[in-house]
Design a protein around this ligand. Structure first.
Ligand code: 5GP
Length: 179
């Protein structure tokens, strides 16, 4: 089937070069902070997959990786804070230094749930690294130790982020310009 409509890609908010530079800086900072610790990166699927795979390559401290997949009830653009675990971690995290790697923190409700859920498993430490954050939209007060970029209140796609599962493969972050 041919789709002749224009792609719904609006203004670019974070260019590919800026993503690369920031990921390198975050990797350096995380490497220094976690030297000699027991770092477990927890990637939140699917949005964080590109960020996580680039970030890992910039971390020189020994680390392991595991994944969670969650679905937030609500509309396509507004999460309700009621979160369902679609895929849980493969292994216990008790006593480990866990770093949650998220694509974007919007209301913060999903992250608040994850912090409570993983916190209850008694890791030694639990911190968050988010590529993007929309501070204007925050409803839950969540502490983000490492942030890539603050962006305005726009729905964005690319670099792992989707609209109905498409556009994750764009190498930059852009506003979604469709309906
Ligand atoms: P929160 O619970 O913080 O409101 O929402 C977090 C989740 O909503 C993110 O992990 C992401 O999956 C989705 N989300 C929030 N804002 C955006 C956005 O601008 N673009 C995309 N593609 N997903 C978003």
């Amino acid at each position: 089937m041919t789709d002749n409509s224009a792609p719904p890609i609006g203004a670019i908010l974070v260019e590919q070069d800026d993503l690369r530079e920031r990921v390198i800086a975050l990797g350096r900072q995380i490497s220094a902070d976690y030297e000699g610790r027991d770092l477990l990166l927890v990637g939140v699927l699917k949005g964080a997959m590109l960020f996580l795979s680039d970030l890992m390559r910039e971390i020189s401290a020994p680390c392991e990786v595991d994944f969670m997949a969650v679905a937030s009830y609500g509309s396509a653009t507004d999460s309700s804070g009621v979160v369902r675990i679609l895929k849980d971690l493969d292994a216990p995290i008790e006593g480990r230094d866990v770093l949650i790697v998220e694509d974007i923190v919007d209301s913060g409700l999903t992250l608040q749930y994850l912090l409570r859920n993983l916190g209850a498993r008694e890791p030694r430490s639990l911190e968050v690294c988010a590529l993007l954050t929309k501070p204007e939209r925050r409803k839950a007060d969540v502490a983000i130790r490492y942030t890539g970029f603050e962006i305005p209140d726009r729905f964005v796609i690319g670099y792992g982020l989707d609209h109905r599962e498409r556009w994750r493969n764009l190498p930059y972050v852009a506003e979604f310009a469709g309906s």
